[in-house]
Design a protein around this ligand. Structure first.
Ligand SMILES: Cc1ncc(COP(=O)(O)O)c(C=O)c1O
Length: 431
């Protein structure tokens, strides 16, 4: 652990100390920035919503531990994420479990461990969950995930409005929902919609929430249901590229306020708790990927900086995580400098797709310099092909005020299994 003097607390001071104390490449997460973001979310959207953290965006164990007392719920999408959350201090009843391909064993473990809500994505999954719950004498709370028929333009990924593995298609609800409602060991407590991510257009986000409201209203009216909980996949995006403008939450809140007020004014939804499920908007901009220039090559009229971490550590920044066109992430040279110069930045892999920046203008870089890539707090390390070419794994550092803490994670999720009463050591042996 290393403590910063007050005068070193500028961003570059922090990043420099991270490199000095922990080495590079490294992901750096600033908890003060997450705290601010959370305060902003509560100020703008907290009138209507509680919040659920999507663990997939960044399941770093230390980060999960830091978030546990600050955010109401957590959404996991595998038993590995569930175990990580449990080991980080999240009570199981605060967890929901989404994902279109849950294995029977995952459903069994989560239900046995007291999972709050299983987000059922198909009739098949509901039947499995019902069997599991019956076998242990439980009634499991479930949210049924719905896939709307329409998503406004402006979202980075579409999980509805086209053939999709996620949830019940709204066109099939009349046939499929009764089969789920009839299962004796499941209690349908509400619905879940997550149909689009990474949107920077307030009006598109408002329009999407209106689609959710209409969908919830119709399904609940058709089946005479009064839901306890409705989960809204936030879709809130962050500015990754220099030309992106950050989302103005005031506009989102203002745009959707009349619709939400009308909705909760309806007697059917008086007692319903609404939850906004989100990942990147909470933690994405609080993270930086820090890499050091190993060497500079002048090649056929271009200047190329070769970095100690690249696509193997940070796939999204290299443009291979759902982007059609590669655009540079926001980045800066740690320590600043004048005289901008055009340079390409690549990682250490033996493939020409390992590229962190094409023709970016930065102060003149030399060997040993540090570059910080912004917007790296979500979908960084765990969205990357870490083992490709077997370079050392990147470090992860949590910065809490003046404190730097090594948050580098153990690689195997299985190591993070939360101990349960009656757990026996695994004595299975293969000869
Ligand atoms: C079900 C579900 N919840 C939450 C998220 C988190 O999205 P974001 O990080 O964009 O907020 C996703 C992203 O794909 C998702 O599929």
């Amino acid at each position: 652990m290393s403590t910063l003097a007050a005068d070193e607390q500028s961003l570059d001071g922090v990043l420099g100390r991270v490199a000095e104390n922990f080495g590079t490449p490294a992901f750096v997460y600033l908890t003060d920035a997450i705290e601010q973001r959370l305060a902003e979310l509560r100020a703008r959207m907290g009138r209507w919503f509680s919040f659920s953290y999507a663990a997939k965006s960044n399941p770093n164990p230390e980060l999960l531990r830091w978030l546990a007392p600050r955010v109401e719920y957590i959404d996991v999408s595998s038993i590995g994420e569930f175990r990580l959350a449990r080991a980080a201090g999240w009570a199981p009843e605060r967890a929901s479990f989404t994902g279109p391909g849950k294995r029977d064993s995952e459903i069994e473990e989560a239900i046995a461990d007291g999972l709050g809500e299983l987000v059922v994505e198909s009739v098949r999954e509901a039947v499995v969950a019902d069997r599991v719950a019956r076998a242990i004498g439980r009634v499991q709370s479930v949210l049924v995930r719905l896939s709307p028929s329409r998503i406004p333009r402006g979202f980075g990924d579409h999980m509805g409005g086209r053939p999709s593995p996620f949830g019940l298609d709204i066109e099939s609800v009349a046939e499929e929902l009764p089969r789920i409602l009839a299962l004796q060991h499941l209690r349908v407590v509400g619905f879940h919609i997550y149909s689009g991510t990474q949107c920077l257009k307030p009006e598109a986000i408002c329009e999407n929430y209106r689609i959710f409201l209409e969908t919830f209203r119709t399904v609940c009216a058709d089946f005479g249901l009064t839901p306890q909980r409705l989960v809204f996949g936030s879709g809130l995006g962050i500015p990754y590229h220099p030309a992106d403008r950050g989302l103005d939450l005031t506009q989102v809140a203002g745009g959707v306020a009349p619709d939400l007020e009308g909705f909760i004014g309806d007697v059917r939804f008086h007692q319903t708790s609404l939850t906004l499920e989100l990942g990147r908007f909470l933690v994405g901009e609080a993270g930086y990927f820090l890499t050091r220039i190993i060497s500079i090559k002048e090649s056929r009229g271009s200047r190329i900086g070769i970095c100690d971490g690249g696509m193997n550590n940070h796939l999204p920044a290299s443009g291979h995580f759902g982007m059609v066109i590669h655009r540079n992430y926001r980045m800066h040279r740690v320590g600043g400098g004048e005289a901008l110069e055009k340079i390409d930045l690549v990682g250490p892999l033996c493939t020409s797709i390992d590229r962190l920046a094409s023709g970016v203008f930065l102060p003149r870089l030399k060997e040993g310099d540090l570059v910080a890539i912004h917007g790296s707090g979500a979908y960084g390390l765990t969205a990357s092909p870490l083992h490709f070419i077997s370079h050392p794994l990147p470090r992860e550092v949590l910065v809490e005020g003046a404190r730097l803490r090594d948050a580098t994670r153990a690689l195997s999720f299985n190591d993070a299994k939360a101990p349960r009463a009656g757990d026996q050591p695994d004595e299975k042996a293969i000869n």
